[in-house]
Design a protein around this ligand. Structure first.
Ligand code: PGA
Length: 267
Protein backbone atom coordinates (compact mmCIF):
# COMPACT_ATOMS: atom_id res chain seq x y z
CA UNK A 1 0.00 0.00 0.00
CA UNK A 2 1.36 3.37 -0.97
CA UNK A 3 1.70 5.91 1.84
CA UNK A 4 2.17 9.55 0.85
CA UNK A 5 5.26 11.25 2.31
CA UNK A 6 4.52 12.77 5.69
CA UNK A 7 6.67 15.76 4.72
CA UNK A 8 8.59 16.99 1.70
CA UNK A 9 11.67 19.15 2.18
CA UNK A 10 13.95 20.86 -0.28
CA UNK A 11 17.55 20.71 0.94
CA UNK A 12 20.75 21.53 -0.95
CA UNK A 13 18.59 21.78 -4.07
CA UNK A 14 17.23 18.24 -3.65
CA UNK A 15 13.74 16.86 -3.05
CA UNK A 16 13.67 15.06 0.28
CA UNK A 17 10.61 12.97 1.10
CA UNK A 18 10.05 11.76 4.65
CA UNK A 19 8.11 8.57 5.42
CA UNK A 20 6.91 7.15 8.72
CA UNK A 21 8.77 3.84 8.40
CA UNK A 22 11.21 1.87 6.19
CA UNK A 23 8.37 -0.02 4.54
CA UNK A 24 6.60 3.06 3.17
CA UNK A 25 9.91 4.65 2.06
CA UNK A 26 10.81 1.41 0.25
CA UNK A 27 7.43 1.21 -1.48
CA UNK A 28 7.95 4.80 -2.64
CA UNK A 29 11.37 3.83 -4.05
CA UNK A 30 9.89 0.81 -5.87
CA UNK A 31 7.14 2.97 -7.34
CA UNK A 32 9.65 5.55 -8.55
CA UNK A 33 11.66 2.79 -10.22
CA UNK A 34 8.53 1.39 -11.85
CA UNK A 35 7.67 4.87 -13.17
CA UNK A 36 11.20 5.25 -14.57
CA UNK A 37 10.80 1.91 -16.38
CA UNK A 38 7.43 2.91 -17.83
CA UNK A 39 8.66 6.36 -18.94
CA UNK A 40 11.95 5.12 -20.42
CA UNK A 41 10.18 2.29 -22.24
CA UNK A 42 7.72 4.79 -23.74
CA UNK A 43 10.53 7.14 -24.78
CA UNK A 44 13.32 4.77 -25.86
CA UNK A 45 11.83 1.30 -25.95
CA UNK A 46 13.99 0.19 -23.04
CA UNK A 47 15.04 1.12 -19.51
CA UNK A 48 18.49 1.03 -17.91
CA UNK A 49 18.65 0.76 -14.13
CA UNK A 50 21.57 1.18 -11.74
CA UNK A 51 20.96 -1.13 -8.78
CA UNK A 52 22.29 -1.23 -5.23
CA UNK A 53 22.78 -3.97 -2.63
CA UNK A 54 22.91 -3.97 1.18
CA UNK A 55 20.09 -4.36 3.66
CA UNK A 56 18.17 -1.20 2.67
CA UNK A 57 17.08 -2.14 -0.89
CA UNK A 58 15.81 -5.62 0.02
CA UNK A 59 12.31 -4.29 0.62
CA UNK A 60 12.43 -2.35 -2.67
CA UNK A 61 13.21 -5.53 -4.57
CA UNK A 62 10.47 -7.40 -2.70
CA UNK A 63 7.96 -4.81 -3.91
CA UNK A 64 9.21 -4.94 -7.49
CA UNK A 65 8.94 -8.74 -7.38
CA UNK A 66 5.38 -8.45 -6.03
CA UNK A 67 4.46 -6.08 -8.88
CA UNK A 68 5.95 -8.53 -11.36
CA UNK A 69 4.06 -11.47 -9.83
CA UNK A 70 0.85 -9.46 -9.99
CA UNK A 71 1.43 -9.15 -13.74
CA UNK A 72 1.84 -5.36 -13.46
CA UNK A 73 5.56 -4.99 -14.20
CA UNK A 74 7.81 -6.66 -16.76
CA UNK A 75 11.60 -6.38 -16.98
CA UNK A 76 11.74 -7.75 -20.55
CA UNK A 77 13.22 -4.57 -22.03
CA UNK A 78 15.20 -3.57 -18.93
CA UNK A 79 18.98 -3.70 -18.46
CA UNK A 80 20.59 -3.45 -15.04
CA UNK A 81 24.04 -2.39 -13.86
CA UNK A 82 25.06 -2.93 -10.26
CA UNK A 83 26.93 -0.37 -8.23
CA UNK A 84 29.63 -2.54 -6.75
CA UNK A 85 31.07 -5.94 -5.90
CA UNK A 86 33.63 -7.16 -3.38
CA UNK A 87 37.08 -7.93 -4.74
CA UNK A 88 38.20 -10.59 -5.08
CA UNK A 89 35.11 -12.77 -4.84
CA UNK A 90 33.54 -15.52 -6.96
CA UNK A 91 30.11 -14.80 -8.42
CA UNK A 92 28.67 -17.88 -6.71
CA UNK A 93 30.09 -16.99 -3.28
CA UNK A 94 27.13 -16.65 -0.88
CA UNK A 95 28.46 -13.21 0.14
CA UNK A 96 28.88 -11.83 -3.38
CA UNK A 97 26.57 -9.16 -4.70
CA UNK A 98 25.95 -11.44 -7.69
CA UNK A 99 24.36 -13.89 -5.23
CA UNK A 100 22.48 -11.09 -3.46
CA UNK A 101 20.95 -9.83 -6.71
CA UNK A 102 20.00 -13.31 -7.84
CA UNK A 103 18.44 -14.16 -4.47
CA UNK A 104 16.60 -10.86 -3.96
CA UNK A 105 15.50 -9.97 -7.48
CA UNK A 106 16.84 -11.67 -10.59
CA UNK A 107 15.54 -15.19 -9.96
CA UNK A 108 12.00 -13.88 -9.54
CA UNK A 109 11.64 -11.64 -12.61
CA UNK A 110 11.75 -11.81 -16.40
CA UNK A 111 15.05 -9.93 -16.77
CA UNK A 112 17.21 -11.56 -19.47
CA UNK A 113 20.40 -12.86 -17.78
CA UNK A 114 22.61 -11.19 -20.39
CA UNK A 115 21.08 -7.82 -19.50
CA UNK A 116 22.01 -8.08 -15.80
CA UNK A 117 25.48 -6.56 -15.47
CA UNK A 118 27.69 -6.76 -12.41
CA UNK A 119 31.33 -5.92 -11.91
CA UNK A 120 33.39 -9.11 -11.97
CA UNK A 121 35.08 -9.90 -8.66
CA UNK A 122 37.21 -12.61 -10.31
CA UNK A 123 38.98 -10.37 -12.82
CA UNK A 124 42.78 -10.39 -12.41
CA UNK A 125 44.10 -7.29 -10.67
CA UNK A 126 46.03 -6.23 -13.75
CA UNK A 127 42.81 -6.15 -15.75
CA UNK A 128 40.62 -4.46 -13.11
CA UNK A 129 41.09 -0.99 -14.62
CA UNK A 130 40.22 -2.20 -18.12
CA UNK A 131 37.23 -4.13 -16.77
CA UNK A 132 35.97 -1.00 -14.94
CA UNK A 133 36.38 1.06 -18.13
CA UNK A 134 34.49 -1.54 -20.14
CA UNK A 135 31.66 -1.52 -17.57
CA UNK A 136 31.31 2.27 -17.97
CA UNK A 137 31.36 2.01 -21.75
CA UNK A 138 28.66 -0.67 -21.61
CA UNK A 139 26.44 1.71 -19.63
CA UNK A 140 27.09 4.46 -22.19
CA UNK A 141 26.42 2.10 -25.10
CA UNK A 142 23.13 1.17 -23.43
CA UNK A 143 22.18 4.88 -23.49
CA UNK A 144 23.14 5.73 -19.89
CA UNK A 145 21.36 5.01 -16.61
CA UNK A 146 17.71 6.06 -16.45
CA UNK A 147 17.83 5.73 -12.68
CA UNK A 148 20.46 4.92 -10.09
CA UNK A 149 19.19 3.47 -6.80
CA UNK A 150 21.50 4.28 -3.88
CA UNK A 151 21.88 3.58 -0.20
CA UNK A 152 24.08 5.59 2.13
CA UNK A 153 26.80 4.17 4.36
CA UNK A 154 27.11 5.28 7.98
CA UNK A 155 30.23 7.10 6.80
CA UNK A 156 28.32 8.71 3.93
CA UNK A 157 29.68 6.44 1.21
CA UNK A 158 27.74 5.85 -2.03
CA UNK A 159 28.52 2.57 -3.71
CA UNK A 160 32.00 1.93 -2.30
CA UNK A 161 33.10 5.50 -2.93
CA UNK A 162 34.50 6.00 0.55
CA UNK A 163 35.33 9.27 2.37
CA UNK A 164 38.54 10.87 1.10
CA UNK A 165 40.60 14.07 1.26
CA UNK A 166 40.01 14.87 -2.42
CA UNK A 167 38.51 18.22 -3.37
CA UNK A 168 34.83 17.95 -4.34
CA UNK A 169 35.82 18.83 -7.92
CA UNK A 170 38.24 15.88 -8.06
CA UNK A 171 35.84 13.50 -6.27
CA UNK A 172 32.99 14.07 -8.71
CA UNK A 173 35.31 12.99 -11.55
CA UNK A 174 36.08 9.60 -9.95
CA UNK A 175 35.42 6.75 -12.36
CA UNK A 176 34.68 3.08 -11.81
CA UNK A 177 37.64 1.45 -10.10
CA UNK A 178 39.15 -0.89 -7.52
CA UNK A 179 39.05 0.62 -4.01
CA UNK A 180 39.96 -0.14 -0.38
CA UNK A 181 37.03 -0.30 2.02
CA UNK A 182 36.85 2.27 4.84
CA UNK A 183 37.07 0.93 8.43
CA UNK A 184 33.40 1.89 9.07
CA UNK A 185 32.31 -0.06 5.99
CA UNK A 186 34.31 -3.08 7.11
CA UNK A 187 32.90 -2.94 10.58
CA UNK A 188 29.34 -2.68 9.20
CA UNK A 189 29.96 -5.77 7.05
CA UNK A 190 31.45 -7.77 9.95
CA UNK A 191 28.19 -9.50 10.88
CA UNK A 192 27.72 -10.81 7.35
CA UNK A 193 31.29 -12.06 7.07
CA UNK A 194 31.48 -13.45 10.62
CA UNK A 195 34.10 -10.98 11.89
CA UNK A 196 35.70 -7.72 10.82
CA UNK A 197 38.95 -9.53 9.95
CA UNK A 198 37.06 -11.72 7.48
CA UNK A 199 35.51 -8.82 5.55
CA UNK A 200 37.01 -8.69 2.06
CA UNK A 201 38.93 -5.39 2.28
CA UNK A 202 38.63 -4.26 -1.33
CA UNK A 203 35.86 -3.80 -3.88
CA UNK A 204 35.07 -2.67 -7.40
CA UNK A 205 32.73 0.32 -7.45
CA UNK A 206 30.98 2.50 -9.95
CA UNK A 207 32.58 5.95 -9.77
CA UNK A 208 30.96 9.06 -8.39
CA UNK A 209 31.08 10.54 -11.92
CA UNK A 210 29.05 7.64 -13.30
CA UNK A 211 26.54 7.82 -10.44
CA UNK A 212 26.08 11.56 -10.97
CA UNK A 213 25.53 11.08 -14.70
CA UNK A 214 22.34 9.03 -14.15
CA UNK A 215 19.19 10.72 -15.46
CA UNK A 216 17.64 10.26 -12.02
CA UNK A 217 19.08 9.28 -8.66
CA UNK A 218 16.99 7.68 -5.92
CA UNK A 219 18.63 7.71 -2.51
CA UNK A 220 16.92 5.53 0.09
CA UNK A 221 18.00 5.88 3.74
CA UNK A 222 16.29 4.21 6.67
CA UNK A 223 17.06 3.68 10.33
CA UNK A 224 18.56 5.75 13.15
CA UNK A 225 22.11 4.63 12.32
CA UNK A 226 21.88 6.63 9.08
CA UNK A 227 20.66 9.88 10.69
CA UNK A 228 24.08 11.46 11.14
CA UNK A 229 25.25 10.77 7.56
CA UNK A 230 21.89 11.93 6.15
CA UNK A 231 21.99 15.20 8.09
CA UNK A 232 25.61 15.82 7.09
CA UNK A 233 24.89 15.14 3.43
CA UNK A 234 21.76 17.31 3.28
CA UNK A 235 22.63 20.15 5.65
CA UNK A 236 26.41 20.39 5.33
CA UNK A 237 28.75 21.43 2.52
CA UNK A 238 29.50 19.22 -0.49
CA UNK A 239 32.63 17.36 0.58
CA UNK A 240 34.48 14.19 -0.41
CA UNK A 241 34.65 13.42 3.33
CA UNK A 242 30.93 12.60 3.03
CA UNK A 243 30.47 11.29 -0.54
CA UNK A 244 26.65 11.40 -0.43
CA UNK A 245 26.88 15.19 -0.05
CA UNK A 246 28.27 15.26 -3.61
CA UNK A 247 24.80 14.30 -4.87
CA UNK A 248 24.13 18.06 -4.69
CA UNK A 249 26.09 18.22 -7.96
CA UNK A 250 23.13 16.39 -9.52
CA UNK A 251 20.58 18.09 -7.24
CA UNK A 252 17.80 18.56 -9.79
CA UNK A 253 17.88 14.85 -10.67
CA UNK A 254 18.13 13.50 -7.12
CA UNK A 255 15.33 12.41 -4.77
CA UNK A 256 15.95 11.37 -1.19
CA UNK A 257 13.43 8.96 0.39
CA UNK A 258 14.00 8.80 4.12
CA UNK A 259 12.17 7.29 7.07
CA UNK A 260 11.63 9.32 10.22
CA UNK A 261 14.41 7.57 12.11
CA UNK A 262 17.00 8.46 9.45
CA UNK A 263 15.62 12.02 9.23
CA UNK A 264 16.10 12.70 12.93
CA UNK A 265 19.02 15.05 12.35
CA UNK A 266 17.09 17.18 9.86
CA UNK A 267 14.67 18.65 12.40
P1 PGA B 1 22.88 -0.87 4.04
O1 PGA B 1 24.11 -0.26 3.26
O2 PGA B 1 21.72 -0.78 3.13
O3 PGA B 1 23.28 -2.29 4.31
O4 PGA B 1 22.69 -0.07 5.29
C1 PGA B 1 23.94 0.96 2.60
C2 PGA B 1 25.25 1.34 1.97
O5 PGA B 1 26.30 1.07 2.57
O6 PGA B 1 25.23 1.91 0.88
Amino acid sequence: MKTPPSRTLFLSGMDVKLYPDPESASIAAAMLIEQVIVDARAKRGKAVLGLATGSTPRRVYAHLVARHRAGELSFRDVSTYNLDEYYPIAANDPLSYHTYMYDNLFKFIDLAPERAHLLDGTISEGLAGAHAGLFERSIEADGGLDAQLLGIGRNGHIGFNEPSDLTPEAAIKLGTRLVELHPTTRSDAAAEFGSVERVIPRALTLGIATILSARSIIMLATGPHKAEAVAGALLGPATAQLPASLLSYAAARTTWLIDHAAARGLE
